[in-house]
Design a protein around this ligand. Structure first.
Ligand SMILES: NC(=O)c1ccc[n+]([C@@H]2O[C@H](COP(=O)([O-])OP(=O)(O)OC[C@H]3O[C@@H](n4cnc5c(N)ncnc54)[C@H](O)[C@@H]3O)[C@@H](O)[C@H]2O)c1
Length: 435
């Protein structure tokens, strides 16, 4: 089938590569010429395990190509919309300007029947408006159908998640759209991937609902961590105990610096903004609290670092381990690690940031910070080390060897990444968020 993928960022590039691997004839379109130039060579413009291989195979097979001109997508039977929907600059709602810009540019090109499938995360009710707007100005008129197919991939294992998803959600208005999408995903359906066919609104809500549930778990465990600290209890043991309860389960129960990234924070805020627009405002206090608890972890990390270095940050050399919003990714969008780094820098600490992958993105986002790609050099002369991203490289650090490099053997583990007893035994003053 001829398929277009409109917007080739973290989501779209992965989706385009997978569609080509499933045998479709795919064109990926993005207004970012630099991104398209890299993708056209069969390489990913960001770090995602397995994606280079998949892109390379797609491009060399001739089934996958990339372009900056939307006109290249004109002949597709199915168009996947994958543009960004970040948080608005001045409020908590989703900024849909890229989506509407794309819709308005695409509509006049749709002169044959096709399905426009949203994969971007949008406020409930957007899909219906997209359909109306497209049909109003597309030459094919009612031949243009709209469907919503939310994406649940996780950065860091996006390829694996896309090739082996735990569920497939199709929000459709007609059988024609459903049949087209069943054809697109025929391989996954043959593999027995659970399928939920639903209406547009439910499909739009599926992604923000999942992210709100996950965010709530993280903030709840961080609330428990604060209580554990105050009560001299052990939150890691508490999380283990909770995890054995089948009704609760153990995933997303790691206390620490909280969630960030290009999805969770903006998705829960956009969910609340839309719920309030729909008149559901009293119960949204719950999600406001989830956000507040999450953001407070960043302030707590700064406070704990300040305590660790004796109450005054000024002039203290701090080695901050991690810039990515989570291990396995080079994405620094709304990264808790970089937020903490920036707060410490504003507090007049002398910070140096290390990350195994995300330094180029971090430098673009926060040029005011100092960065060091070599771990030992980053730690040299530090008054304290602060672990802000749960990279394996940091769990594997040798506290004995490191104590010879730093000025003061003091560490704050904001991700429960270190073996605290081992570090204490090596003479370190160890502070752990949640313990
Ligand atoms: N990143 C994830 O893990 C993930 C997972 C599930 C869902 N999502 C959702 O998918 C959407 C995209 O997220 P992302 O992380 O890939 O964002 P991104 O910023 O990495 O990519 C968006 C891309 O869209 C392009 N774009 C914007 N306007 C365009 C236009 N008019 N024509 C062509 N290209 C255009 C941008 O240049 C950019 O490359 C968001 O709604 C996000 O919430 C993301």
């Amino acid at each position: 089938m001829r398929v277009s993928v409109l917007g080739t960022g973290y989501l779209g590039a992965t989706h385009a590569a997978c569609l080509a691997a499933w045998g479709h004839d795919v064109v990926g379109v993005d207004s970012n010429a630099e991104r398209i130039a890299t993708l056209s060579t069969g390489r990913a413009p960001f770090r995602e395990p397995g994606l280079d291989r998949l892109l390379g195979a797609g491009v060399s097979s001739g089934r996958l190509r990339f372009a900056t001109a939307l006109d290249s997508a004109r002949d597709a039977d199915v168009h996947f919309v994958c543009v960004g929907t970040p948080q608005c600059a001045d409020n908590h709602a989703a900024d849909l300007s890229a989506l509407w810009g794309l819709v308005d540019e695409l509509a006049p090109m749709l002169d044959r029947s096709c399905v426009v499938v949203g994969k971007s995360t949008v406020p409930v009710g957007t899909a219906t408006k997209v359909g109306e707007r497209l049909r109003r100005s597309a030459p094919a008129g009612d031949g243009v159908e709209v469907a919503w197919n939310p994406e649940f991939l996780r950065e860091g294992c996006a390829v694996e998640d896309s090739l082996h998803p735990d569920r497939l959600v199709l929000g459709v208005e007609t059988d024609t759209a459903q049949l087209r999408l069943r054809e697109v995903y025929a391989g996954l359906l043959a593999d027995g991937v659970p399928l939920v066919v639903t209406d547009l609104a439910t499909a739009e809500l599926a992604k923000v609902a999942a992210n709100t549930m996950l965010a709530a778990r993280i903030s709840l465990v961080n609330l428990l961590a604060e209580v554990c600290e105050a009560a001299n209890a052990d939150v890691a043991d508490l999380a283990t105990i909770l995890g054995y309860d089948e009704r609760i389960g153990s995933s997303f129960l790691s206390p620490g610096l909280g969630f960030g990234g290009g999805c969770l924070p903006k998705d829960i805020r956009a969910f609340v903004a839309r719920a309030e627009e729909l008149g559901v405002s009293r119960s949204t206090d719950l999600v406001h609290a989830v956000d507040d608890v999450n953001m407070r972890q960043r302030v707590r990390a700064v406070e704990k670092t300040t305590d660790l270095v004796g109450g005054d940050l000024r002039g203290r050399r701090l080695c901050l381990l991690g810039a990515a919003f989570k291990a396995g990714s080079d994405d620094v969008r709304d990264s808790p690690a970089l937020d903490v780094a920036s707060r410490l820098h504003r507090g007049d600490a002398d910070v140096v940031v290390h990350d195994p992958l995300a330094l180029a993105n971090a430098r673009r986002a926060h040029p005011e910070l100092q960065y060091e790609p070599d771990l030992a050099t980053a730690c040299a002369g530090a008054d304290a080390i602060v672990v802000l991203t749960d990279w394996d490289d940091y769990s594997a650090l040798d506290p004995v060897a490191l104590s010879a490099v730093v000025r003061q053997p003091r560490v704050l583990d904001a991700r429960l990444a270190l073996d605290a007893e081992k570090w204490r035994a090596a003479g370190w003053d160890v502070s752990v968020m949640g313990r």
